[in-house]
Each structure stands twice: as C-alpha cells, then as structure tokens.
Design a binder for this molecule. Structure first.
Ligand SMILES: Cc1cc2nc3c(=O)[nH]c(=O)nc-3n(C[C@H](O)[C@H](O)[C@H](O)COP(=O)(O)O)c2cc1C
Length: 241
C-alpha cells in the first residue's frame, strides 16, 4: 500500500498537527505501508491560474512549472492520501487548499452523473484511493471541525475517493504545555499509531480508536482559564499596553 501525506502546518515537524500525524504514519509504516510525507512549506506550489489549459490544450498537464510536476505521479499512484492541516479560520489552511486546487488536471472537463449528481470523470490511470484527514484546532469543541469535514468529504465525492476517516485533535495548543507539565498523553499518540496500523491491516480505522485521539484534555471552563492566563502572560511579557 502506498500512502502520500501532506502536512500544511507552517510549523512543519514542530507543530501540533505533526504530533498526531507522525505516530499515525509510523503506525502505517509498522503495518508495512510505503509512506511518503511532504511539508507544503518546503514545496513550491503556485496557485491554480484557472486557465483550463490542463483541460483543453495540454490535457492532464498544468502549464505551470513547479513541484506539482514531481507530485503528480505520486498522487496518481497513491492508495491513501493523507491531508494533514491545522484548522485555520474554520477550514483547511491556504497552502493545503492551494495544493488541492492543483489536482484539477486529474479530472476531465466533461460532466457525468454519479448518483444523480454532476461530477467530472477522472482521467485514465488515476486511482480512487482512500483519503484520511488529520487536523488539530485551537478551540476546545469538536464541532469546530464540522466545516472542514464537510469540505473533505465533498472533495472525496467529487474525485470518487473514499473518505476513510479523520484524526481530529481539538485544543491542540494544549498538548505541548500539558506534556511539559508532566501529564501523560501517550494514550492519544498510541491511538494515532493504532489508527495507522488499522487502516493498513483492516482497511478502516475504528471509531473507538479515533475517539481516543480526540479525547478531552481538560474540562472546558479550565481550558478557558488556562488559555486566557497564558495569553495574558505572553502579552504582559512583551510590555504591550
Ligand atoms: C491564522 C490562524 C487561524 C486559526 N483559525 C482557527 C479556527 O478557526 N479555529 C480553531 O479552533 N483554531 C484556529 N487556529 C488555531 C490553530 O488551529 C492551532 O494553533 C493549531 O494547533 C496549529 O497547528 P500547528 O501547530 O500544526 O500549526 C488558527 C490559527 C491560526 C494561525
């Protein structure tokens, strides 16, 4: 099984997205999947120009010369696509959207009806692989991920991919301070790893496992108190009035 993962956090391997993504990918590797990880920050991916040349003049090929050329064969061959993004303004962040906009050459311009809905047929040779979402948010509630989930599921429906589930970590900014305070969050990281193994070995991730990834870190009112204290101190420390 070939998995292709993109982490679009500008903090790359040091961010909170990576705290969940990396054990998940380790679990996939343990189960003998071939995993490749890219940080969008290290890639040169221009925004789509909307010229539709990839649909008419150069079918399947974008006129822009950047890292998408290197990524296209990998995307074509991937059995699993892992979309890992921090939650930004209630959705995926800009670099991830930029990347996903650039997969439009995979589709043909024609409309076809799938389950009574207009879709673009994919070009020959593209797999209808699985898609996994990994995300983390600043806010505490799980419902903050709702718009992102709807979006990623819509992308799967459009491209004929199979939405295989999501590893969602609310209140992700509290992970590191809690670990620094000596609290064990190992169950969360073990669950992320287990989800990776499950996906490869069983073709699915159990809801029970995914629920551990998302489990409460602190009660809501305590979180509000701790977060506000942290930001008050950070602002006071630089002396801004
Ligand atoms: C520009 C920006 C927008 C954000 N928007 C949201 C948001 O809408 N909802 C939320 O819960 N967190 C939001 N956050 C918080 C991030 O999701 C959070 O800091 C996350 O842990 C960052 O992950 P990373 O360390 O992998 O980059 C935002 C952060 C930034 C910088």
């Amino acid at each position: 099984m070939k998995a292709l993962a993109f982490n679009s956090s500008p903090r790359m391997g040091k961010g909170n997205t990576a705290l969940i993504l990396n054990p998940f990918l380790d679990g996939m590797r343990e189960a003998r999947a071939e995993v490749e990880l890219f940080y969008t920050k290290k890639l040169k991916i221009n925004p789509c120009q909307g010229c539709f040349n990839c649909w008419v003049k150069t079918p399947g090929v974008c006129v822009q010369k950047d890292d998408m050329q290197m990524l296209h064969p990998k995307l074509r061959e991937a059995d699993v696509l892992v979309i890992a993004t921090p939650l930004y303004v209630d959705g995926m962040n800009g670099p991830m959207k930029n990347l996903l906009d650039r997969i439009i050459p995979f589709a043909q311009p024609f409309f076809e009806l799938r389950d009574g809905h207009c879709r673009h047929p994919l070009r020959e040779g593209y797999k209808h692989g699985k898609v996994v979402l990994v995300s983390n948010s600043g806010f505490w509630e799980m419902d903050n991920f709702h718009p992102l989930l709807v979006h990623v599921k819509a992308i799967c429906s459009n491209l004929g991919g199979e939405f295989a589930g999501a590893l969602l970590r609310p209140n992700g900014e509290s992970l590191k301070p809690m670990m620094e305070a000596g609290l064990s969050l190992d169950d969360i990281f073990q669950a992320a790893r287990q989800a990776g193994r499950q996906l490869v070995e069983e073709g699915r991730m159990s809801q029970e496992t995914l629920d551990v990834v998302s489990r409460e870190l602190m009660p809501l009112d305590k979180t509000v108190h701790v977060v506000n204290k942290y930001w008050r101190q950070a602002i006071d420390a630089v002396g801004v009035k």
